[in-house]
Design a protein around this ligand. Structure first.
Ligand SMILES: O=C(O)c1cccc(C(=O)CC[C@H]2O[C@@H](n3cnc4c(=O)[nH]cnc43)[C@H](O)[C@@H]2O)c1
Length: 222
């Protein structure tokens, strides 16, 4: 125990961006006691602050960033589950006439946070057993939802192994990393990454997948 007000227990912190995601996860978890689900707000800054605040109060063994996401065409279909092999801050860097320069290229740090592969494999195996379509790969974090095919193509050019994009993953992962707690991003796909068409977002379907995915968490994170 590193702080006198910390609780010593086996606990998992789940960070969402909006309350509809939290509610779907709580339905899936039913009354499992080992999980705390919080709503951080949208974007990396809100996600990092909320995660760091929770980690300062309670001792957690694992952090999950969970919610809905955009899926890259042919990589993660609407209604399926995406599990991160790495969490990537895709727009953290500098623009140049020679293309985007990542933090690594700028020698200013890392824009990627690794995930334990054993946990990825466990979640994917359990999801498949439950009939949830699932894929693993990099999940990108962006401050701006992709809204054109050109940007979607450019992102895939830079990150060929990307399967999905969200807006909070790297913020959650950075807070967890600084506290040396393993982190994973688990997202259900509500829409395609590409030309903006908010009407086509299948939020109900994605929340149903998120609920089903959450029902396997107690088995996977025990
Ligand atoms: O309107 C609703 O009922 C509703 C219910 C649940 C979630 C929402 C959101 O708008 C969540 C925003 C959240 O979703 C992620 N997201 C989803 N699709 C994308 C995308 O294509 N690119 C980036 N992020 C996406 C993101 O993490 C947002 O925080 C609404």
């Amino acid at each position: 125990m590193s702080g006198s007000n910390k609780v010593l227990n086996r606990r998992v912190l789940i960070v969402t961006s909006v309350s509809a995601e939290k509610e779907a996860i709580l339905r899936g978890l039913r009354n499992t006691n080992d999980f705390d689900v919080i709503v951080a707000g949208v974007g990396q800054a809100a996600a990092a602050v909320a995660t760091a605040t929770a980690l300062a109060k309670t001792q957690y063994n694992y952090v999950i960033n969970a919610g809905i996401a955009g899926g890259f065409e042919g990589k993660a279909e609407v209604g399926s589950l995406a599990v991160s092999t790495e969490v990537v801050a895709a727009d953290l860097g500098a623009e140049s006439y020679d293309g985007f320069l990542s933090l690594e290229e700028l020698k200013l740090g890392s824009s990627k946070i690794e995930v334990e592969q054993a946990m990825v494999t466990r979640i994917c195996a359990e999801a498949m057993e439950q009939g949830i379509p699932v894929q693993e790969g990099a999940i990108l974090t962006l401050s701006t939802v992709t809204g054109t095919q050109e940007t979607a193509n450019y992102l895939l050019e830079r990150f060929p192994h990307a399967i999905a994009e969200g807006m909070e993953g790297f913020g959650v992962a950075e807070a967890a990393k600084q506290t040396q707690i393993p982190v994973i991003e688990v997202r259900s796909i509500s829409n395609k990454v590409g030309p903006r068409d908010r009407e086509s977002w299948r939020i109900k379907e994605a929340l149903a997948t998120l609920e089903k995915a959450s029902s396997i968490f107690s088995e996977v994170f025990k």
